[in-house]
Write a protein that binds this ligand. Structure first.
Ligand code: 5RP
Length: 265
């Protein structure tokens, strides 16, 4: 692997081969998502627990301190909204010059397999890989489902992840699902888990993250289940322990309780 590509991958995936990405890109189609109205305030207490931020160029420029930033994974697809006709109708929004100018460590792009825009979004990914590989910039493919959350099973997500890897993604981000090892085993590049809508309890989050890690994921890209939690710092600290410190679900819950109690007192 070329030095630049290896070096950028090493910025976002830590020495233990694992990663905790914090996505704050939701506004690109959801507008001012709950708890992300002011991204700079939301992420300030969380940064020390995470390895990289997943963010659009607009929020990067307006909310992230350039002097002291985590590595950046730049969200470079979009063009749709929650109130528009079809969330899948995305294009690439950000030029390769902008990606380089912003010193991104990686870029992220959604693909919508099985949608009316399958071909378009897969070609978006392929063309982006062609451009980014020239400059040693890793592409993370996001297997998106739009509003069709029920699609998230191992057969469908396994198909999406494999196709993303075949087209050149260096990392694939997908949803956790039961039998997650089937998704990971069919994907020749590292897989990270997204969270989806907020779970009812933090324990449910720790359970699926721990299960996914046991079944071969290298980490998480978890947004709403972190920063929409009533205890975002305790949640982030507990997740960091699962990802990087070998904690299981109970260990994570203990860290969560302890941190929450310290915060409350
Ligand atoms: C939004 C994204 C998010 O990065 C991804 O869905 C992870 O966030 P969450 O854990 O809140 O689902 O791609 O388009």
């Amino acid at each position: 692997m070329d030095w630049g590509m290896q070096n950028r991958l090493n910025q976002v995936i830590k020495d233990d081969g694992r990663c905790f990405f914090l996505p704050i890109d939701h506004g690109y189609f959801q507008g001012p998502t709950r708890c992300l109205e002011n991204p700079a305030e939301t992420i300030k207490p969380l940064l020390s627990y995470c390895d990289a931020l997943f963010v659009t160029r607009g929020v990067l420029r307006s909310a992230i301190d350039a002097d002291n930033s985590l590595p950046i994974i730049l969200r470079v697809s979009g063009g749709t909204s929650m109130v528009g006709k079809d969330l899948a109708n995305e294009e690439v929004t950000t030029s390769i010059e902008e990606v380089i100018r912003l010193n991104a460590s990686a870029v992220g792009i959604s693909i919508f397999i099985g949608s009316d825009y399958e071909r378009q979004t897969l070609l978006n990914l392929s063309k982006l890989v062609n451009k980014c590989e020239r400059y040693g910039i890793p592409v993370m493919a996001v297997t998106a489902v739009g509003k069709e959350l029920e699609k998230r099973d191992a057969r469908y997500l396994g198909l999406c992840c494999r196709i993303a890897a075949e087209l050149g993604a260096r990392i694939v981000k997908t949803y956790w699902c039961p039998d997650f090892d089937k998704v990971v085993d069919g994907c020749p590049v590292p897989v990270v888990m997204a969270g989806g809508p907020k779970c009812e309890t933090e324990k449910q989050v720790f359970e699926f993250v721990y299960d996914g890690m046991q079944r071969g994921a290298i980490g998480i890209n978890l947004g709403r289940n972190v920063w929409q939690s009533k205890q975002p710092v305790a949640t982030a600290k507990a997740l960091q322990a699962i990802i990087h410190k070998g904690a299981d679900t109970e260990g994570a819950q203990e860290i969560f309780n302890q941190t929450k109690n310290n915060e409350d007192s």
